[in-house]
Design a protein around this ligand. Sequence first.
Ligand code: HEC
Length: 164
Amino acid sequence: MKKYIAFTFLLSALLVTVQSCKKTTQEDTDLYNEIVSNTGYTYYVGTPGIKASSGNSPHGFERIRFNSIAQAALDSNGKLPAATSFPDGAIIVKDIYSSASGSINLYAVMKKAANNSAAGHGYLWAEFETDGKTVVSISKKGSSCTGCHSGSTNRDLVRVFDLL
Ligand code: HEC
């Protein structure tokens, strides 16, 4: 009997852990709503169309876009000037495609929110499926993202400017 109770306890603890990993927070939903449409976004000059990813990016095919706050920080070459930073509210979205001619199957998102308690290195980090299902929640604080993004070379954690 004792064994049975211990087993049930372990099983429920496991379930709670699995559930909390999948949990979508209100912040995730709000961010998804900000990025699901490309209205108000400008595509990065280096990804005028769908491009194969570069560097050690884990994603196959992509197109990167900036909201108007992020876009305003870029120079005449469409890049963030070296040694400058994006202001709060800047959003960078990587639309990830299944193939060069395929449809979007994932959004990877960075939003500058330096004072947000969920920020990792000054950004909120998330990945969403196209229907809004959260793949990587903001609550993870970019733990699976910042290692690569703070690597060489980055401009305020954004990698693409020196790659494409
Ligand atoms: C293995 C390294 C690696 C990991 C892990 C990684 N990225 Fe990236 N990411 C890159 C590289 C390299 C680029 C730029 C080149 C490209 O996308 O082709 C990039 C580009 C991006 C961009 C476009 C802006 C930029 O930095 O160029 C976003 C947004 C993004 N990643 C979000 C994320 C999120 C969110 C996570 C975590 C869930 C993540 N990335 C994890 C390597 C990584």
